[in-house]
Design a protein around this ligand. Structure first.
Ligand code: GRF
Length: 183
């Protein structure tokens, strides 16, 4: 089975979904990394007995040094693919040139790159919003798209829109993991 690492920063609902639906069925999650020592998602790695390495981004003055610590940790394991699932860090070429990875972003890229994508999509005049999973390169939220899913915003409150995004992003991410491991 192909081996993956999952990087996350917060609630970890995408991590939990991957563990429940793909782990030891389609892929093996052998490593998780959080840059946030207080991330709620750490409990999911513990539940499945998967190592969760905390690399506290606040402890590094330079982005490159933080990225180097990530690369060293990932390279200790034989990882086929790293998955950025709610990993709220901008990565430098120290990471992107060395680690094959995919990222989940909650907008229809190339629209609404960067932070607050769900809020900005909702406030826009666009009829559709959605989620994207893309290959990671050195440009923020700009690598080749692997999977995209869209929903209509028409008639939805923000909370309803958010809930639908949180649902489809997990399905999109799992599809993209399977698809990118075939390449
Ligand atoms: C997701 O909405 C993801 O698209 C965004 O950050 C959120 C992470 O959620 N970039 P979680 O930590 O997986 O619950």
């Amino acid at each position: 089975m192909k081996k993956i690492a999952i990087l996350f920063s917060g609630a970890g609902s995408n991590l939990a979904y991957i563990l429940e639906h793909l782990h030891q069925k389609k892929v093996e999650v052998v490593l998780t990394i959080s840059n946030n020592p207080n991330a709620k998602g750490i409990k999911y790695a513990k539940k499945y007995n998967i190592p969760c390495v905390i690399i506290d981004s606040k402890a590094f003055a330079l982005r490159e040094d933080f990225d180097n610590a990530l690369v060293e940790e990932i390279q200790k394991h034989s990882i086929d693919l790293s998955v950025l699932a709610g990993f709220m860090r901008i990565l430098t070429p120290v990471f992107t040139d060395n680690i094959k990875s995919i990222n989940l972003h909650p907008s229809l890229l190339p629209k609404f790159k960067g932070l607050k994508a769900i809020e900005r999509t909702y406030k826009s005049d666009d009829e559709f919003g959605g989620v994207s999973v893309h290959w990671v390169n050195s440009e923020l939220d700009a690598g080749e798209i692997i999977v995209q899913k869209q929903i209509s915003k028409v008639g939805l409150s923000f909370d309803e829109y958010l809930e639908q995004i949180k649902t489809i992003e997990k399905i999109a991410l799992c599809e993209a993991i399977e698809k990118s491991l075939l390449i």
